[in-house]
Design a protein around this ligand. Structure first.
Ligand code: NI
Length: 169
């Protein structure tokens, strides 16, 4: 297994719309294992392939505290979402150090394939609902801060530039 470098916002490659996975082979299994290792190492609760510059519709998520709930979602689609929305303070491995409140449907039903290509459906609530919507956004070329006002996005970009200057100084 290997740790993969994570793209940092506002890297333009994060705007790429990922294409569907059509080949369910050993390379896909290896990629999802590397993605999981990268996510756990970060540490984070979710990672979309977009974030490691692989533009395929692949997500790994584990919202448990003890790494017991790893789920791989290939070609995920939200097939139902609650009208009721919830606000959650989100963060992202591609936007380190930034946490902002985002409003999304509180529960969603997701249809996806596993690494073998078998379809499954799952009802997501709480943190899992937030996470799967956040990661599907990545596959569609959207980072969570793009749900915020332009003013907030500009402030975040300024803050990130300052952080990068400090790191390279
Ligand atoms: Ni993210």
């Amino acid at each position: 297994m290997a740790l993969l470098p994570i793209l940092r916002y506002p890297d333009p490659r994060l705007k790429t719309v990922a294409t569907p996975v059509t080949q369910f082979d050993d390379a896909l299994v290896k990629l999802t294992q590397d993605m999981a290792e990268t996510m756990y190492d970060a540490p984070g609760v979710g990672l979309a392939a977009t974030q490691i510059d692989v533009h395929k519709r692949i997500i790994v998520i584990d919202v448990t505290d003890d790494k017991s709930g790893l789920t791989v979602f290939i070609n995920p689609e939200i097939i139902d979402a609650s009208k009721e929305c919830k606000v959650y303070e989100e963060g992202c491995l591609s936007v380190p150090g930034i946490y902002e409140k985002v409003e999304r449907p509180g529960t969603v039903k997701v249809r996806a394939q596993n690494v073998k290509g078998e379809w499954f459906e799952t009802d997501c609530d709480e943190l899992l609902a937030v996470c799967i919507q956040h990661e599907i956004d990545h596959l569609n070329g959207k980072v969570f801060v793009e749900h915020l006002s332009q003013l907030k996005q500009t402030r975040i970009k300024t803050k990130i530039k300052k952080q990068e200057k400090l790191q390279t100084a």
